[in-house]
Design a protein around this ligand. Sequence first.
Ligand SMILES: Cc1ncc(COP(=O)(O)O)c(C=O)c1O
Length: 308
Amino acid sequence: MEITSSEFIPLHMAATSLHYGQEAFEGMKAYMGKDGKVRIFRWQENAARMKRSALGIKMAVVPDELFHNAIIRVVELNKRFIPPYGTGASLYIRPLLIGTGPEVGVKPSTDYMFMIFVTPVGPYFKEGFKPVDMIICRDFDRAAPRGTGHIKVGGNYAASLFSLQKGHDEGYASVIYLDSKENKYIDECGPANFFGIKNNIYITPESHSILPSITNMSLMDLAKSEGMNVEKRPVPIEELSTFEEVGACGTAAVISPIKKIVDPQSNQVYEYCKNGKPGPVSVKLYNKLVAIQYGDEPDPFGWIEIIH
Ligand SMILES: Cc1ncc(COP(=O)(O)O)c(C=O)c1O
């Protein structure tokens, strides 16, 4: 293991990561509690997802112990950069695995580099927990039906950049991808999962091309513990008109409540949060999860590890 303050890595110009996309990454955060203790959230799930990503594009896997030790070390060494409690900011942790071996033919590398960097990040919502607008992406797919959407590899993000940027340029916070086989069902909201709430049920899409979000998994558990039912199943576009609340979820924002979804094909507009405020279920789940992450509330699920 090497510890460095350099932001650069020496890399062969024929490395498979550069040519054939042998690259997988993770995203997680360390949170500073009121008690001055540093917490990380469900790192085992990030380690497991990185393993699935590696296997999916024929890379060497990172053992859990190495993943864990490296995270602890990098957070400890950068403790002074963890934003203080109460700011809503945190230390973002970015594990990265790349093929470093040179290959001219299309084949997996024989050598891999696993590295982690950290950077402080501000609260996702500068003006507070604010509902956003999204547009259904009708002219691009993020991932093929039997492709790599279910793992966190760089190629998926390259495939999403054009459509995401187009959505931003048109004034939307993100785009909603549909299933790429039939274009009938909701897949994901840019780099976040989708959920809808109705009749005390938390509903989230089931699809091979969605990245299994650790935030979404946690929200499902929290919803159950709050007495809600949870359904993971295909969500047809028409169902959007039946939800009381909808949102996107992921490590970055925890929950981004959605106030408007535009379908450019039918020109239909689905509206939520009519009073301009996030719905009560989204608020409750958001507050619960954030309170566990910062250590303000007990963690009955065993999700938190205190590392310092
Ligand atoms: C495509 C995609 N979907 C969903 C998520 C949310 O996942 P998580 O909650 O693990 O951050 C992410 C972010 O990692 C993502 O990139």
